[in-house]
Design a binder for this molecule. Structure first.
Ligand code: T4K
Length: 388
């Protein structure tokens, strides 16, 4: 156990963990069930192109989110691109800079200008007043991001969208199984995009989907993900290859059976971190809304201005102990290429984004962590912070 500064690896002690603790270790379902699906795939010789397992997965994910349509795709980024294109967004689209780079790239890839608006310091999601400030005659849409699974301010954003005749959609990559005012994510805006990447709460190795209640939009996206084919030899729409394969769907079906256990484990870990960290000076654990459904996939610690050491010093101490905490989503999309060059002064409009991006530490969670190891991670942080 870590009970004095000299027990820290940055001070020469051996690392507290012999093996690396990662953020984003995959949540894995039952291996034997997966193997049964593999056998089925080998028997049927149906590997891709809207196969039976993909269809079953879509149905189950739609039911889980109580939404009409789930259109599965090969990953979350292509799902974003297809949704953006299906909604016919052009010109400028407003989004947060404090998100994974894919949200911005999905727009830029289609020659749409991503316009970054500032966030709320408490929820880390778009600040509706900041969004209003960024609207120009070229604005056609808003992409809210449900960061860490915490819903963006859906009602306020919808009001702005209605007022200015803009299309609203959401990047719900983090928000599988989460809710907003008691309604499951997937039911808001024109469409909401999930990611099923290996590191996500629910994974299909790689994968993603668009959820929507709009029949026409769902139909259009189904065409777009399969080159625009409507039956044999008949292309009726521009399209790309956004299809999910059967092996990905098999992983998804197995992982769906495991969701309750993953949430329970994640929540336990989250509470253990809360308990271990919230009494320490200058740090706090990002608070989820206790009235909503959460997946607790991200344990986010914020290092306050009153903390005796800064975020990077804490990260350095953790990495020395083999705790590979991450600084998602530092430094913000507006500081990465090509956006840094396109908007050299964007940072002036994003003071909260910059502040939050400099203060966040995402901590390892999931199955690989025992209560004891969380206690040790908290002790490391405590020792790094304390004066003696
Ligand atoms: N929108 C948002 C808000 C997103 O967060 C994301 C993805 C997207 C859109 C796009 O969705 P996708 O197109 O990815 O479906 C990771 C993921 O690659 C990315 O999916 C995710 N967000 C982002 C938050 O995290 P990196 O660059 O941090 O990945 P990497 O390789 O450093 O992996 C993170 C950790 O996970 C590693 O320390 C090890 C562990 N890991 C990773 C993989 C892939 C494993 O243990 N096993 C694995 O198979 O981006």
């Amino acid at each position: 156990s870590i009970s004095s500064k000299s027990d820290l690896a940055i001070n020469g002690a051996p690392p507290a963990f012999p093996e690396k603790l990662h953020v984003g270790r995959p949540n894995m379902g039952d291996k034997a069930s997966f193997q049964k699906y593999v056998d089925k795939i080998f028997e049927s010789k149906w590997l891709s192109n809207n196969g039976p397992l993909v269809q079953e997965l879509e149905q189950r994910i739609a039911n889980h989110h109580q939404v009409k349509h789930c259109v599965a795709m090969c990953n979350g980024t292509i799902a974003l691109e297809i949704a953006i294109r299906a909604l016919e967004l052009t010109g400028e689209v407003i989004l947060p800079s404090y998100t994974f780079i894919a949200t911005a790239h999905a727009l830029h890839w289609q020659e749409i200008t991503p316009v970054f608006a500032d966030i709320d310091p408490v929820t880390h999601c778009l600040d509706p007043d900041a969004v209003r400030k960024m609207i120009t005659p070229k604005t056609t849409g808003i992409i809210g991001v449900h960061l860490w699974g915490h819903a963006a301010p859906v009602d306020e954003l919808q009001e702005i969208a209605d007022e200015h005749n803009l299309k609203l959609m959401f990047d719900a990559a983090h928000a599988f199984g989460c809710s907003y005012k008691g309604t499951m994510i997937g039911n808001f805006g024109e469409a909401e995009v999930l990611s099923f990447h290996a590191t996500k709460f629910f994974n299909t190795f790689e994968g993603g989907a668009v959820l929507t209640n709009n029949d026409k939009l769902a139909e259009k996206m189904r065409l777009m993900r399969n080159f625009g084919f409507a039956g044999l030899d008949n292309v009726i729409h521009p399209g790309t290859n956004g299809k999910m394969t059967e092996i990905n769907a098999a992983m998804g079906l197995v992982n769906l059976d495991n969701l309750n256990e993953v949430v329970l484990r994640n929540e336990e870990n989250y509470r253990a971190y809360q308990q271990g960290l919230n009494d320490l000076p200058g740090v706090s654990v990002f608070a989820f809304d206790e009235n909503e459904q959460n997946n607790f996939q991200y344990v986010v610690m914020e290092v306050g201005e009153d903390c005796p050491v800064n975020r990077d010093q804490i990260i350095e101490a953790l990495h020395a102990e083999n705790v590979l905490a991450r600084k998602y989503f530092w430094p913000g999309c507006h500081k990465m290429l090509p956006y840094r060059d396109l908007y050299p002064h964007a940072e002036l409009l994003l003071p909260i984004t910059q502040n939050v991006a400099d203060r966040v530490v995402v901590l390892p969670t999931g199955n690989a962590l025992s209560a004891k190891s969380i206690e040790t991670v908290c002790q490391i942080i405590h020792m790094k912070i304390c004066k003696v």
